[in-house]
Every structure is written in C-alpha cells, then in structure tokens.
Design a protein around this ligand. Structure first.
Ligand code: C2E
Ligand code: MG
Ligand code: MG
Length: 526
C-alpha cells in the first residue's frame, strides 16, 4: 500500500487544520492564563502568610516587653532618679528586646536606665498630643535624643491611676529588622513594618512619611496600631509563574491536542470513505445493477430500479448500505446521484431505445435541495426514448426533516414530468401525514411488511394498499422472494412488485439488453 493511500483519510482541508491549530492555540493560551492566575493567587497567599507571621512575631516582642516591663520596671514610676537609678538599670536587664527603660512623671522622661537623670518630654516621641500618645502606646522613631540613626520602637506604659506617669521602653530595631528579614526565607522581597505614618523595612531603612508599597499584601495587628506590608521577591514570583504557567499551559496544549486528535480520529474514517468514493467515481469503480419491477397480475416488467454497485480494487464489492448513508449527508452525494442518473439514462438509451420503460433511481434529500436539480432531471428525461421516463425514489425518513424544501423540489420535479416514489414505506412514523402532503405517484412497501404472510400481516398489507389507493398511489411491494408472498400481493391488490422471486438485481446488459424487459403500457398510467 502506497503511503499516499495509507494517509488518504488524514488529508484534511486547510480549514480543518487551521481550526485545529486555533483550538490548540486557544486552549494553550487559556491554560497559560489560568496558570498565571493560579500562580498569582499563590503569590498573594504567600505574601499574606508572611505578613501575618511577621505581625505575630512583632506582637510577641511588644507583649513580652509590656509584660516584663510592667512586672519589673513599672513599680519604680514616680520615684526620684537618685533613688531608682541603680535598680532601674538592673531591672531593665531582665526585659528581653529592650535597649533601655526610662521613667516618666508629668509627661516628662526623667530617669533612664542608660543615661541616668535626663529631661526629655514624652512628646519628643509621641508628639504633642500626649493623650493620644497614651492611647497609642507605641511609636516607631528613626532616632532617639541620644542616638542618631538608630531606629527604634518605643513603648509607653502609663500607670493605671496616673496616666502622666509611667515607664518608657526602647525596643532595639535590630530585633525588628531580624524579624522582618526572616520573611525573606519564605519568598518575600520587601517586608515593611508601619506604625502610624512611620515605616521601616527589612534592611532597617526608616521613613517617617507614608510611602505606599505597590502591589503589597498588608496584615494589620489587632493588638497594636501596626501593620506589615509584604511584596514577594521577583525571583519567587517568576518561579511560581514559570512553574504553574508552564505546567498548566502544557496541560492545556495537551488537552487541545487531544481534542483535535479525537476529532481527527473520529472524522478520519468518514473522510477516508468519502475520499475513496470520490476516487472510485474518478476511477470508474461504480456501476449500476437493475432489478425489474413487475406487474403483480401479469408478472410483466413495467420498469426497473437502478442500484448503485461499487467494486473497490482492494476492498472488493461494497454494498450501498455500508456507505450510502454517510455519503448522503455530504456534498459527495451530488456526484453519486449525477453518476447514477447519467448512467441509467445512458443504459436506457443504449439497451432499450425503443421501449417505453421507467427507470427508478434512489435520490437523497441533499440532491433535492440543490438548485438546478429538477432542471437537470428534466433535461435527462427529455433525452430518453419516447414513453420512458425517470422515477425519483426517496426514503420517507428523510422527507419529514425538511418539509418545505422537499415540497418545493417535488413540485418542480412534478412539473418536469418526473414521477415520485416514497421508498421503504412503513419503516418510520408519520407515514400517513407524509402521503397526504407530498405529491407521490408510487408507494413502495418495505420488505419487512411483505415478508409476513400471517393473518395479521395480510390485514396490515391490505390496509396499506387501501390507504395508498385512496390517495391514488400505485403500490409496489419490495423484497418478494417466494410464491406465497406473491400470492398474498395478488390477494390484497398490490399493483407491482420487485424481488428475488422475479429477478435479482443484475447488470444493464442482463436486465435491459436480453429482451427480458418487455415493452409495456406502463402500469403507472393507472
Ligand atoms: P432500496 O432502494 O429500498 O433498495 C432495495 C434493496 O433491496 C436493494 O439493496 C436491493 O438489491 C434489495 N433487494 C431487492 N430485492 C430483494 C429481495 O427479494 N430480497 C432482499 N433481501 N433484498 C432485495 P441494495 O442495492 O443493497 O440497496 C440498499 C439501499 O441502498 C437501497 O434501498 C437504497 O436506499 C440505497 N441505494 C441503492 N442504490 C442507491 C443509489 O444509487 N443512490 C442512493 N441515494 N441510494 C441507493
Ligand atoms: Mg429504492
Ligand atoms: Mg426500499
């Protein structure tokens, strides 16, 4: 088998390939987008987690200073510095994280564990609004009165009975910077602590003006007036984007490819078949077989039905049942029907040029929808021997689906003098409705109704014949194989019949050329 033949079914049209490519591109792009969105969510979640962790760590530091400060230093409040200087130094050392502790009286810091007696108004740290300062309790400063460029977190613990008196603790920024920088290990790039309007980042850089950090995730403390903003490091973000973007993108591409492959695999056999049919037409692999249609009363042939036959060079004889339905749903049926019509008319002209004989051809609904179909048939009929003509057979199942278009086509055919037959009558529902609505000349009873010679079968057949005759239709019974069936037809008044009993379908020469076909007045004149 040539490789060309092997891949025959895969030669899809450029539009199919383009659509497939688009499907792959769209699924991949969508998956990439979904992947990026997911990665961004992970980045946001990580930032929020780090921010909340850092807030909790700083809360723990402040709470420790608060607790230990209240226990060891606060009781010294209000006492003269000369008296408490030494115990203050000693007790300050019990308080973790604190660089210094100092006592406050009348809103003035008067005694420091680091410097002894001093005089610094509380407002130096907390601003003029000391009432608010007492409420706020903590402040982030860039320096202290005694140390330049040494940011610190300052905590004020006022005494419950006298708020202008209390203790101040300076928490070293080193602890805070360490805590902030810890977030870097979890993918954070920038971690900034803000207290009021002051801010300090993981490198210890202090700003006293509010500086919004773009794209940051913020976590606020519920215990203290502080917040922590976190921005993931570019390396962490791009790693997640790359990992999930690529991963989900690859899944999208795979799904797209699977969808396209599925479509192509499902469509390939059909395309292979259609291609083989087209090729078969070009290579003259098709021919027609004819079966006489006889008058039941005399057994004289009054017409023939043409059946398509396909002899494939590799697959052998292929019955129409295994390909015609697929072909009928595509434009290829136009080529098939055109071939059948021309071949049938040629055979008629060649083998029985002087006989008045009707030849029936099976036609698909798609043929009826084609503009010019009726005109083409009329021209063919005009080229046939005088008295002979074409009969269009259409299977009833197709008609009802497209009532309007079928009716229009039938009218045009009727006008052109072409006769119409409903094929396989009884195989679907709504038969009666269809008989009433379409201008048929013949009704062909399906084989399944002519096989049953029981009383029930007879009754059914009899009623079909009565109904058909009521609508002035000539009844043709299909699939007659036995004398018993023939006798039944005669009994119930069927006009014509075809079947193996009279003649199996055979070549044009055998059926039309050997004198078997009789000249007739055509029962269809009835
Ligand atoms: P159909 O038009 O109802 O044709 C009758 C089928 O019954 C034919 O089969 C015929 O060979 C077969 N047949 C005739 N007498 C007997 C009998 O006594 N016993 C049995 N068991 N069968 C009998 P075929 O040729 O295989 O065609 C099958 C169907 O394929 C046809 O049903 C028709 O619907 C479709 N078909 C055939 N040729 C064409 C064509 O040229 N164009 C289109 N569109 N369809 C066609
Ligand atoms: Mg038929
Ligand atoms: Mg039939």
């Amino acid at each position: 088998m040539a490789w060309r033949d092997r891949f025959e079914g895969w030669s899809f049209s450029p539009v199919t390939w383009l659509v497939s490519l688009l499907v792959c591109a769209v699924t991949t792009a969508t998956a990439l987008w979904v992947g990026e969105q997911y990665a961004q969510q992970l980045v946001d979640r990580r930032e929020s987690m780090v921010a909340r962790d850092v807030v909790a760590a700083i809360e723990r530091i402040i709470a420790t200073v608060e607790r230990e400060g209240a226990r060891h230093v606060a009781p010294l409040a209000g006492k003269p510095c000369a008296e408490i200087g030494r115990p203050l130094r000693e007790r300050e050392s019990y308080i973790p994280y604190a660089r210094a502790a100092a006592m406050v009286a009348n809103d003035v810091i008067y005694c420091s564990s680091a410097r002894g007696e001093i005089k610094v108004p509380l407002s130096w740290y907390f601003g003029d609004n000391t009432a608010a300062a007492r409420h706020q309790r903590i402040v982030l400063v860039g320096r202290t009165p005694f140390r330049e460029q040494a940011p610190a977190l300052v905590l004020y613990l006022p005494s419950a009975s006298q708020p202008s008196q209390g203790a101040v603790f300076v928490i070293d920024s080193t602890y805070l910077v360490d805590t902030l920088a810890h977030g870097k290990e979890f993918g954070a790039g920038t971690i900034a602590l803000s207290v009021g309007e002051a801010m300090m980042d993981q490198d210890g850089t202090y700003r006293d003006a509010p500086t919004p950090i773009p794209l940051s995730t913020l976590a606020r403390s519920s215990a203290y007036p502080l917040a922590v903003a976190v921005v993931a490091s570019p390396a962490f973000s791009s790693e997640l984007m790359r990992r999930y973007g690529l991963f989900v993108g690859a899944i999208g591409l795979l799904l797209g490819l699977l969808a396209v492959a599925g479509f192509l695999i499902v469509a390939a056999p059909k395309r292979l078949l259609l291609q083989a049919v087209r090729q078969g037409l070009r290579r003259r692999e098709f021919h027609l077989a004819y079966q006489p249609i006889v008058a039941v009363r005399t057994r004289e042939t009054i017409g023939v039905e043409a059946f398509l036959r396909w002899r494939h060079p590799r697959w052998g004889m292929i019955p129409p049942a295994s390909f015609i339905e697929t072909v009928e749903s595509t434009a290829v049926i136009d080529d098939i029907t055109r071939f059948v019509l021309h071949q049938a008319v040629n055979d008629m002209n060649r083998y029985c040029p002087t006989r008045a004989l009707h030849v029936a051809v099976n036609v698909a609904p798609l043929n009826l929808r084609r503009k010019g179909f009726a005109a083409e048939l009329a021209a063919l009929q005009a080229s046939m021997p005088a008295g002979s003509g074409l009969v269009v057979e259409i299977t009833e199942r197709h008609l009802l689906a497209d009532h309007g278009a079928a009716m229009e086509a039938f009218d045009r055919l009727h006008h052109a003098g072409i006769r119409l037959a409903v094929d396989d009558f009884g195989t679907r529902n709504n038969n009666l409705d269809m008989i009433r609505n379409f201008p048929f000349d013949y009704l062909k009873i399906d084989r399944q109704f002519t096989q049953d010679v029981s009383p029930d079968g007879r009754a059914l057949l009899r009623s079909i014949v009565a109904m058909a005759h009521h609508f002035r239709l000539v009844v043709i019974a299909e699939g007659i194989e036995s004398e018993a069936q023939h006798a039944l037809l005669a009994e119930v008044g069927v006009d014509c019949a075809q079947g193996y009993l009279y003649r199996r379908p055979a070549s044009a020469r055998e059926i039309l050329g050997d004198g078997e076909v009789q000249e007739t007045e055509a029962v269809v004149a009835a």
